[in-house]
Design a protein around this ligand. Structure first.
Ligand SMILES: [Zn+2]
Length: 177
């Protein structure tokens, strides 16, 4: 059963190599005015969901995901949300403060079992040192905190992210003995 108002767009059965790897159980839904990546069927914890791909640049922008200290991925310039929604699914990933997925390098991994039709999200603070355009969280579990990037978290908030922090940010945590 799909949620009311959802429009499901399943990925094609074959994805061009240039489009990166995307798990066939992922789709994009438009819910409450926002595109979201969703599971089309149950997905097990630990599953590789998709691989970041696109154009690599040295500065963050509104739609980039950070993969290293000075390296960010953006969709190609000429790609708009209304175009080919089955490609570059990662650009529809929303932030959540209690995410069900996280990036390990360029791969997005399921942190837990994910039910069919659940939205897949990650904590932007686990990849982004400083977000280009801070925004108010809509995850529903945090009361709408402002998401600004890892740099702006308290030491305890940074430490809480340790289990799924991107390596370029994990390197900034104080060493534990
Ligand atoms: Zn939140």
């Amino acid at each position: 059963m799909s949620s009311p108002g959802s429009q499901i767009m399943a990925p094609p059965s074959t994805v061009p190599a240039s489009a990166g790897h995307t798990h066939p159980s992922l789709g994009v839904a438009l819910r409450e005015g926002h595109y979201r990546v969703i599971a089309l069927e149950p997905i097990a914890a630990g599953t590789e969901l998709l691989q970041l791909h696109g154009v690599f640049v040295d500065a963050p922008s509104r739609y980039s995901v950070q993969v290293a200290a000075q390296l960010h991925v953006v969709p190609p310039d000429d790609l708009r949300p209304e175009h080919v929604p089955d490609r570059y699914l990662w650009r529809y990933l929303n932030h959540a403060c209690r995410p069900n997925a996280a990036f390990a390098g360029r791969w997005l991994i399921a942190l837990q079992d994910i039910a069919a039709w659940d939205e897949i999200n990650f904590d932007y603070n686990s990849t982004e040192y400083e977000i280009a355009e801070a925004f108010q969280c809509r995850c529903g579990g945090c009361g709408g905190r402002t998401v600004r990037g890892f740099k702006h978290l308290s030491p305890s908030e940074q430490a809480r992210l340790a289990p799924y922090l991107a390596p370029h940010l994990a390197a900034l945590l104080p060493a534990t003995t």
